[in-house]
Design a protein around this ligand. Structure first.
Ligand SMILES: Nc1ncnc2c1ncn2[C@@H]1O[C@H](COP(=O)(O)OP(=O)(O)O)[C@@H](O)[C@H]1O
Ligand SMILES: [Mg+2]
Length: 407
């Protein structure tokens, strides 16, 4: 657990109204307590933020969660003054952001914060390291210093070996990592991340969440993270702020949100966590690593490299046998060095879109499960420990919730 410091960001009674006369009738209506729908109807103005008030502590991962249109992006954009606000104050490290303009605002953004968005626009004609160092280049940092900082940031996201590749050669997940490295390159105190992982495949997305939390542990940044996904919010947030129609509905730790949902709206969201029970296999499985053919048993066991087992595949890529560490050691103990003597064929198979519930029983056998596609080819390795760990995490959150709500 990170030791949290003093407040570094504060939105203080912030209102943001979109339209030609934000200070006019629309604002009066909002102040009188009317909601977004009524204000739109009566004034033609859109309520972006309605008396939003929260503060974020140094070192915290603060997640703002809500449905599309609830005001999340508007909120994050007030922090770097991509939006002017209608009323209130936004404080960042003691500075009233709204007072900044021109070069002072530019400098403030560059020095204080890095930003990562859902669709991170990388320059296609620049290689990876130049993309990462671009912000530093604008700051007129010399090339050697810039490259050193960029390589360091790339190593944080595991992309150092790709520094001189063209960005188009990278997968979507890797490009998003480059985006994160770019935000980290100038070593800002604050990271602003708006739906940064929302466009990624579930498996990659979880890896990115894990990596971000590791980076956070190491560097102790302050992260304001926006998502529409409650599972993601509960997974990574130190605290979660739930928004609806421009209003803050609840702020709390993941446990507080789950156990003491402030309103029916939050409770409904929380029931969706039930979907944790329908987490799909593809979110938890690992890349398939079938056993290389013609290995001795000893070499095959070495190649497991900490995994509890691996599958053998036929010429068509279909799994035909399973070598587990336990079986292998037993057969070696009997003096054999023949892989086939240790292979078992009674392994379970499943599909990428099966739910963890569906493989729960099979996982109870403690054997790796083969994930196969429609053609029957091995597309993933599913470690029973992963399943139990993931389900355990979700179940304990749900148990806590149900105890509080239904007893
Ligand atoms: N520039 C704008 N002009 C008018 N309305 C806007 C503008 N930006 C956002 N809005 C409105 O403000 C509300 C909040 O939007 P936004 O903060 O983007 O939501 P979220 O990020 O939660 O999906 C929405 O109703 C949206 O239509
Ligand atoms: Mg948004």
């Amino acid at each position: 657990m990170v030791e949290l410091g003093e407040e570094i960001i504060r939105l203080e009674h912030v209102y943001k109204i979109f339209g030609p006369q934000p200070q006019g009738r629309a604002f009066d209506l909002v102040k009188a307590g009317y909601g977004k729908d009524v204000v739109l109807q009566r004034s033609g103005h859109v309520v972006g933020l309605n008396d939003v008030d929260f503060s974020i502590k140094r070192g915290e991962i603060f997640v703002v969660m809500g449905l599309s249109g609830s005001g999340k992006s508007t909120a994050i954009r007030t922090v770097n003054k991509l939006h002017d606000i209608t009323s209130g104050h936004v404080w960042v490290d003691g500075t009233d952001v709204q007072t900044l303009n021109g070069p002072a605002l530019q400098a403030f953004r560059r020095e204080k914060m890095g930003m990562v968005f859902q669709h991170f626009a990388l320059f296609p004609h620049r290689n990876v390291i130049d993309n990462v160092g671009y912000g530093l280049k604008i700051q007129k940092v010399d090339k050697d210093t810039r490259d050193a900082a960029s390589l360091k940031a790339l190593s944080l996201v595991g992309l150092e070996p790709y520094a001189f590749n063209a960005t188009q050669e990278l997968s979507g997940g890797m490009q998003q990592r480059v985006g994160l490295a770019r935000a980290l390159a100038s070593d800002p105190d604050i990271l602003l991340m708006d739906e940064a992982f929302s466009a990624l495949d579930p498996l990659i997305r979880r890896q990115m969440q894990d990596e971000m939390m590791e980076i956070q542990n190491e560097l102790q940044k302050t992260i304001l993270f926006i998502t529409h996904d409650l599972n993601e919010a509960l997974r990574i947030g130190d605290r979660v702020c739930i928004m609806k129609d421009g209003l803050v509905v609840q702020i709390g730790t993941p446990e507080e949100i789950l156990t003491q949902p402030a309103t029916g709206y939050v409770a409904e969201f929380v029931q969706d966590v039930d979907q944790g029970r329908v987490i799909e296999v593809n979110e938890v499985m690992a890349e398939p690593q079938p056993l290389a053919p013609n290995l001795s048993l000893r070499d095959a066991l070495t190649s497991l490299d900490g995994r509890s087992g691996a599958f053998t595949v036929d010429d068509a890529g279909k799994p035909i046998g399973l070598l587990t560490l336990a079986d292998g050691l037993r057969v070696t103990g009997l003096g054999s060095d023949d892989v086939s003597a240790a292979l078992r064929t009674d392994f379970d198979t499943t599909t990428p879109n099966a739910t963890l519930n569906e493989v729960y029983a099979a996982a109870g056998r403690g054997l790796p499960i083969a994930v196969v596609n429609e053609a029957g080819e091995l597309t993933g390795d599913l470690d029973p420990r992963q399943i139990m760990e993931e389900m355990g995490r979700v179940e304990s959150l749900i148990d806590m919730y149900e105890r509080e709500v239904f007893m």
